[in-house]
Design a binder for this molecule. Sequence first.
Ligand code: ATP
Length: 213
Amino acid sequence: MDKIKIPKATARRLPLYYRYLILLNEEGKEKVSSTELSEAVQVDSASIRRDFSYFGALGKRGYGYDVKSLLGFFKKILNQDTLTNVALIGVGNLGHALLNYNFKRSNNIRISCAFDINSDLTGKIVSGVPVYDMKDMIEQIREQQITIAILTVPQTNAQKTANEIVEAGVRGIMNFTPVRLSAPAGVRIQNVDLATELQTLVYFLESDKKIED
Ligand code: ATP
């Protein structure tokens, strides 16, 4: 399939649409209107129509979109036909939790290998995933042609580890450390800073309270 250039905001909404379409398909629904989709995924229907127009998927007036063909289309776009292998670096508390979490159920992504420096963990299988020593990392990542890694090492080692995984060929890092990583052009970093997110929530609730007082 040719690569379609779509805006970032549209790309972010694709998994939302996809998940809802799976649900509709399972219920045996054959068509869906943009209004219906809009209510379910909480995106305004004008944006939905615009998003879909990027893929040439134009709903028919008074009919809506064909669920099965949309589903097939999104599946291809989101690479759901192929299983994506991901590496996890740092099998601490958070690392363990992510290994336990079954990514595969909702999308075709799985953590296929994990790495750590702790010899109590290396050579073991944790939640079905082999944990290798860091010294085997470059070789494993190259061999398995892994391009995405989840980073759950302590923040003091974050940048150094990021450099190593990039050297191994990783092009996308899901960074669970609070460190803002630097990486060469062409490497994408998604930051998931749980502590800061929680802190933000606490802050908003506190300031809502002050306004109410
Ligand atoms: P968290 O809850 O953040 O996972 P934790 O308290 O369980 O933290 P950390 O000290 O943050 O543990 O370390 C997480 C994991 O990363 C540990 O299993 C540790 O052995 C591992 N680790 C530390 N340094 C490195 C490194 N340079 N490369 C790979 N793994 C590392």
